[in-house]
Design a protein around this ligand. Structure first.
Ligand code: NAD
Length: 481
């Protein structure tokens, strides 16, 4: 493994004006490598390089199918290198190696999907009567700035980069301080498929320095941010100053409502994926289960069984798909989650299983289930971003929906029942951008994703996401005679 990783600006690997940052392996607690840190001048160079690519037309003026082919080829490049990328991703992020492979495959899928969509961004003709011919076209914004979180660094970059390139934007990616290394393969992929130098720039820097400079840069034309609410507010404020659009994908406190007629055995699988995948560090994690009184005890017993079945160890020792969980991204994140568990206990929650930091090197937390959680508790409202599930009870449908909708967030929600009327009513009434019926995470790259309320605005994934990266131009032609 390389010990020093540089930034990538205008087709060259470069040092950072702000020096270097140590990258740790959360599976061992040891230093893994050093990463170049960009300063404000580096950000400026990257943005200006991207702006030159845009102005040159080297991307924007291509026939869309040609851009689409390059975008698809980037996905294939990731798949060809997935074993190497997955090892680096696991070592910097902590997730099991098999989960890292799934992340690379998921990233590649975005390039396949949006590569295929490139030539479908068509305008329309609007009838204005005999004297005019009118049509609309969609043009790329120009420079797309994308600020990435640490939990899925490869997949999150893939999600925005693929759609932005497919629609003809040049991009500047600001990678997260904790997990910047695996993003290097996007630069390799851009080179391998022949994108112009400066079309893809990738730099790591501190959020408050490089991130803030990128969000506020006057030559950035559009911003995509995935991360926490306070940072989202800072970025939206910077975007407003320059009057550029931004997409905000923020956090969540998403709830599954489990009715008395739900298939409780099947729900074990939803627990497995919903709260323990990536050690719960998923914005759309199923962090609350709201269960009917009459099946509460049976469901808790099943969920505790799932939590206790997980073998928790360094991700690099977990090549095979199975009942395993890795480290959290850092000891600071792990300690924050452990503190939230203690605070919940002080407010009256019970630990049904887990709850403790593990006595091994690295950032490990036991898979945890908290019962006797009530809607007023902090743990029922604030995002833990760890393997911690809160269980609440309800006695009628209206109460369940009230609890589910009772936080400022609104990213996703789920309802588990065999009753179609109940499921449909809940789907209508859940205040969330995506509703899962009888399977948490049902959907895919094809389905739009994004938040209501404090979970953000704009949509990623699906055809909806394409419209983030283009602006509509209307052309009205006055005809003679
Ligand atoms: P964060 O907001 O601290 O950081 C995200 C990114 O923003 C990082 O690259 C960081 O360097 C940068 N940043 C920080 N301050 C900045 C500033 N002032 N200006 C510009 N950039 C700045 O979030 P995080 O801790 O990396 O990620 C965890 C959070 O992200 C959780 O709240 C989680 O729910 C959310 N998240 C949401 C999604 C989604 O799709 N909705 C996906 C992943 C994570």
């Amino acid at each position: 493994m390389k010990t020093y990783w540089q930034n990538y600006i205008e087709g060259a690997w470069v040092d950072g004006g702000a020096g270097r940052i140590d990258i740790a392996n959360p599976g061992t607690g040891e230093k893994l490598a050093e990463q170049a840190l960009a300063d404000v001048a580096d950000v400026d160079r990257a943005v200006m390089a991207a702006q030159r690519v845009h102005q040159s037309g080297a991307l924007a003026d291509l026939r869309p199918v040609e851009r689409g082919r390059m975008v698809q080829a980037m996905g294939r490049y990731l798949l060809e290198n997935k074993d190497e990328i997955a090892r680096v991703l696991t070592m910097e992020q902590g997730k099991p190696l098999w989960e890292a492979v799934i992340e690379i495959e998921g990233a590649a899928r975005y390039f396949e999907y949006y590569g295929n969509q490139a030539e479908t961004v068509e305008g329309r003709s609007i009838p204005l009567g005999k004297g005019y011919f009118d049509f609309t076209t969609y043009e790329p914004f120009g420079v797309s700035a994308q600020i990435i979180p640490w939990n899925y660094p490869v997949e999150m970059t893939a999600r925005s980069l693929s759609a932005a390139l497919a629609t003809g934007n040049a991009c500047v990616i600001k990678t997260p301080e904790l997990t910047p290394l695996s993003n290097a393969w996007f630069a390799h992929a851009a080179e391998a498929v022949g994108l112009p130098k400066g079309a893809v720039n990738i730099l790591c820097g501190l959020g408050r320095d490089a991130g803030a400079a990128l969000a506020a840069h006057p030559q950035v034309n559009q911003i995509v941010f995935t991360g926490s609410v306070p940072t989202g507010i800072a970025i939206a404020t910077a975007a407003a100053q320059n009057v550029v659009p931004c997409v905000l994908e923020l956090g969540g406190k998403s709830a599954a409502i489990v009715h008395d007629d739900a298939d409780l055995a099947a729900f074990e699988n939803d627990i497995r994926w919903g709260i323990y995948f990536n050690a719960g560090q998923v914005c759309s994690a199923m962090s609350r289960v709201i269960v009917h009184d009459s099946v509460h005890d049976e469901l808790v017993e099943r969920m505790v069984g799932v939590a206790q079945s997980l073998s928790v160890k360094p991700g690099i020792e977990q090549p095979q798909f199975g009942a395993t969980m890795g480290a959290m991204v850092s000891e600071a994140q792990r300690d924050r989650a452990a503190d939230m568990i203690s605070a919940a206990q002080a407010q009256g929650a019970q630990v049904a299983t887990g709850g403790r930091k593990m006595n091994i090197p690295g950032a490990f937390l036991e898979p945890t289930i908290l019962t006797d959680v009530t809607p007023d508790m902090t743990i029922a409202n604030e995002e833990v971003f760890g393997p911690v599930l809160s269980v609440l009870k309800f006695s009628n449908d209206a109460e369940a929906l009230k609890i589910a909708n009772g936080t400022p967030y609104g990213l996703v929600g789920g309802v588990f029942t065999r009753d179609l009327d109940r499921a449909t009513t809940a789907a209508r009434q859940l205040r969330a951008g995506q509703v899962f019926v009888n399977e948490w995470y049902a959907g895919g790259v094809e389905t739009p994703f994004g938040g209501y309320g404090k979970s953000g605005y704009g949509r990623e994934k699906g055809r909806e996401a394409l419209w983030n990266y283009v602006q509509t131009k209307n052309v009205a032609i006055k005809l003679k005679g």
